[in-house]
Structures are given as structure tokens and as C-alpha cells.
Design a binder for this molecule. Sequence first.
Ligand SMILES: Cc1cc2nc3c(=O)[nH]c(=O)nc-3n(C[C@H](O)[C@H](O)[C@H](O)COP(=O)(O)O)c2cc1C
Length: 334
Amino acid sequence: MKDIFDECYLGDLKLKSRIVRTGTWETETEDGGFLTPAVFERYKKMASSGVGAIVSEIFALDHKDRFFPYSTSLNYKGFIKDYKMITGIAHEYDVPILGQLAFFYYDDGENQKVEANEITPEGIRKLQAEVIMAAKKFLFAGFDGIQINMGNNFYLARFMNPYFNQREDKYGGNTENRVRISSEIIKVIKSTMDMHVSCRINPWDVRKGGITADESIAIARELEKAGADSIQLTARTISQIYDKGEKHPFLVYVDDLIDAVDIPVILGGSLREMAKINDVLNNSKVELVSMSKPFVAQADFLADWKENGEGVAICQSCNNCYSKKTSTCFKYVE
Ligand SMILES: Cc1cc2nc3c(=O)[nH]c(=O)nc-3n(C[C@H](O)[C@H](O)[C@H](O)COP(=O)(O)O)c2cc1C
């Protein structure tokens, strides 16, 4: 029997539980450009309460490439100072922590919003070099690894999607070619830095001519071949599809993915009850699950679950915390 509080591994990283606090923007900087005490407090609560691993909030390469105005970039003034402290808090409680990178736009020097079909080979080299430098920056700030968000509708997700990418060179065409921009990045990071590389990908794309579930599995295999250490699932129309049904929508696909790769796969989205999560763990091949909003509503809820042997997150999946300046739960303000 699997249980959410089993010790387990995410690649080489040892985890105290099967729960990953997944990417959640929470940038609350004071006027001087440094994180507020509330963010440090939140990390302390998460790390001390039994979470297996933490994925940071999303960082863009550059401020203007951010997904939405309240998220941040690696160039914010306090990054190294703040995140040496944040990673220090996680490590004090033996919790591995990954820095998440995702950019929605990319500026190749000529075009601030260059898309997959337009970017030149030199632009691709520039982009790859910047992602590799971002990994180095995460490592310097004390992170155990990087999670590159190639899911949702972020730049690298669009690049690997045939709906957007009709290139005729080696970065377009078949799956291997559309994933090549990311595979080459992973190869360099893995051969030059001692860090976990996690890839967040979509299980499919609802657009006509977009990625199918079969192709998503082929993408995961390409990423694994390049050296990726783990895969996390996400989806573009995330909350709408997660929050509707009783059964997790990715369950129809996740076992096939897990069979196809030899690296850990993290399943997430709308998981709220310990019993239901254990049910997923014991009725599928899933070993690791992720949660985001439950930690927004109550950062240390896992301590209660562990003590009581059961529990339901107070988060109601209302999504009111989404796209707000401080990712605050307005129902249960701490
Ligand atoms: C306030 C908020 C902030 C989020 N920030 C990020 C982020 O920084 N990076 C990311 O990949 N996803 C982000 N997401 C999506 C979550 O990681 C997650 O995939 C989604 O909320 C579904 O999981 P949940 O039901 O456990 O919350 C965010 C979601 C919310 C509600």
C-alpha cells in the first residue's frame, strides 16, 4: 500500500512524502525589491510540515517575458539574497527545492515577442544560452534543481506544439525536432551542472492540430533521452478541467506515460483529500502528486494530515487566489 507520507525519491532527491508543493507565484516584494517576511514564513510552514519537495514560484528570464504582471523574473533585485534564504529554509528541514523557469514571450534582440516560426537559429542559441544561465543562477541561489515549464501555453510549450511550429529546419517537423530546442538545453545543463532537471509538460492540447496524448508521451521520452530527471503534468485550461469531475482527468493517460519513461512523473491538480490521494496512489502507477492552492489556503496543512492520519484541504478550489497580486486565499486569510 502506498501512502502520501511514504519516504520516496524524485530522481536522486530524497523526499519525506509523496507531496510536491508545485509552482505558485507569491511574489510579495517590499518597495526595496526584496521578499516580505510573509513569504519566508510561508516557506518555513511548508518545509516544516512534511512536504516532500517544493517548486518555487515561476521566474521569467526577463521582466517583459512574464506570464502576468504580478509574477517575477530572475532579474529582480533581491533574487540571490532572498532565494539563498528560501533554499536555506527548505534545506534546514531536508526538503529539496527546485527553481521554476517559464517565459511566455521571448525577445531575440530584434523582436520582443518572437514566435517559434520566426526565431532565427542565432535567436535559438541566445534563448538556449539564457536558459542555461538561468539554471546556473538557480544553482548559485541554492536550488537543488530547475523545473522548466514547457507546459500550459508557455513559450517552449508553443514551440513543441505543431499548432504553432511549422519550421522547416531541424527545430520543426517531427516531435524530436520540435523538442530539440529544449533537449539541447537539458543536455548542456546535465553535463555541466549538478542539478535535477524537471520538465512540466501538457498531457495534450485541446486545439485542433495540437499535441495529442500519444505525442505528449513521445515528448516525455525525448526529454528523458536528453537527461531530464522528472516530468510533471499540467494543462492549459488548467482549473476548468481539473475542478469539474470526480476523477482526475489525467488518470486516463498517466499510467501509459509512466510505463513509457523511467523517470518519476508527478500528477497534480485539484487533489484535496488525503483519502482520495491515497486512492489515486494505490489505483494507478502514480508515485508523486503535486498541490498548489491548498498551500495558499493553509501553508502547513500537511502537519495536520500527518498527525490525524486523514484530512481534507480547506481550499475550495475557488481560484480567487489566481492572478491576484499576492496569491492570497481570500476565504481563509491567515
Ligand atoms: C495563485 C496561483 C499561482 C500559480 N502560480 C504558478 C506558477 O508560478 N507556476 C506554475 O507552473 N503554475 C502556477 N499555478 C498553477 C498551479 O501550479 C497548479 O498547476 C494549479 O493551481 C492546479 O493545482 P491545484 O489544484 O493543486 O492548485 C498557480 C496557480 C495559482 C492558483
